[in-house]
Design a protein around this ligand. Structure first.
Ligand SMILES: Nc1ncnc2c1ncn2[C@@H]1O[C@H](COP(=O)(O)OP(=O)(O)OP(=O)(O)O)[C@@H](O)[C@H]1O
Ligand SMILES: [Mg+2]
Length: 317
């Protein structure tokens, strides 16, 4: 299909999961030996016990790639999600929230259990995350991968490299055959530290754009052993955010830095990077990554990130 007439701008690829929010006391964290602000892993039994003991919960679709998909769709980008969503309560909530926002999702799958991450809020507004293990590995049939040809771009979250490396290789091969441009996020410093070689291998296959923050970029350079990001692959472009300070766009031939005005008192910094990515990509998709789209994208990315950090919750409202 001619890339200019495809029904979706982007296929986002990543895990579907829900966040289960609950308010707890500091004593509650102490009772279960949970370290505040950490991402703790507990057994299924302990998770059940925690769920039974908290007074009430709010369940919402979550995860970095879902936040970006939601925000992109909200500002008018046409998005489809390549993932597996369980035919369980959490999966139904995930799919419904995405569909309500206009993101096309695959049908629910009875062989897949949707991952639930508990987000425990303490009175000091800190969050402690608790889960049992990690999301089930994702495998897609050739038929499922055919959906990639319906979009011009494919956006793959870096978290996929933790447990789904072979699936990512398969997706990239198929996406290239369909002439899709490929974008990769770095997701989190610990993912890059753990999987730097896999990131390198994927980028060598020909990734057009990588999105990350300063710590992730640093971890990647250290892990691969290069001084500058463009040394990794001459054709890959990089957009690297530096929190409240600035954002960098780098290619082998040119680079650009945009300085920001700091927001002194953000209400909730969660989701800043995902909102920035959505704003940036909106223009990037519209004008196929031209220089102009990079500048407009940085401005919109910063504006949307500003909106998200000035409201509670990780997404645009
Ligand atoms: N204090 C702030 N004031 C103004 N803008 C901010 C502030 N913090 C973040 N931003 C905006 O959010 C964007 C992304 O921030 P950051 O580099 O912290 O991403 P991140 O670390 O990936 O975030 P996340 O915690 O969502 O993963 C920045 O490029 C900037 O536009
Ligand atoms: Mg981030």
């Amino acid at each position: 299909m001619n890339p200019e007439i495809r029904p979706f701008d982007v296929t986002v690829v990543g895990e579907s999961l829900v966040d289960v929010y609950a308010d707890v006391s500091d004593d509650f964290l102490a009772k279960y030996s949970l370290e505040k602000t950490a991402r703790e892993t507990v057994t299924e039994d302990v998770l059940k016990q925690i769920k039974a003991e908290v007074k009430s919960t709010v369940i919402k679709s979550g995860g970095s790639i879902a936040n970006t998909a939601f925000n992109l769709s909200k500002i008018g980008t046409k998005v489809q999600f390549l993932t597996k969503i369980g035919r369980d309560n959490a999966g139904k909530i995930f799919a419904q929230e995405m569909l309500d926002q206009g993101v096309r999702c695959p049908s629910l799958c009875s062989k897949y259990k949707t991952f639930e991450l508990m987000v425990l809020n303490t009175p000091d507004k800190e969050r402690t995350m608790v889960g049992n293990g990690s999301p089930q590995p994702l495998n897609f049939s050739d038929d499922e991968l055919e959906s990639l040809k319906l979009s011009r771009f494919v956006l793959i979250e870096g978290f996929m490299l933790l447990a789904n490396f072979n699936t990512v290789l398969k997706i990239i091969k198929k996406a290239k055959a369909f002439d899709c441009k490929i974008i990769l996020t770095l997701s989190a410093p610990f993912v890059v530290e753990q999987e730097a070689d896999k990131f390198n291998a994927v980028i060598q296959l020909g990734v057009d754009l990588v999105i990350g923050n300063r710590d992730e970029a640093r971890a990647l350079k250290t892990g691969i052993g290069v001084k500058e990001l463009p040394e990794i692959h001459e054709k890959t472009c990089w957009v690297i955010t530096h929190g409240a300070d600035n954002v960098f766009y780098e290619t082998a031939k040119w680079h650009f830095k945009m300085q920001f005005d700091q927001i002194p008192k953000p209400v909730d910094k969660n989701g800043a990077g995902d909102a920035f990515a959505a704003g940036f990509l909106f223009h990037y998709f519209l004008k196929n990554g031209s220089k102009n789209s990079v500048l407009n994208g940085m401005e919109l990315g910063h504006e949307l990130a500003g909106q998200v950090i000035m409201t509670k919750g990780p997404r645009l409202v």
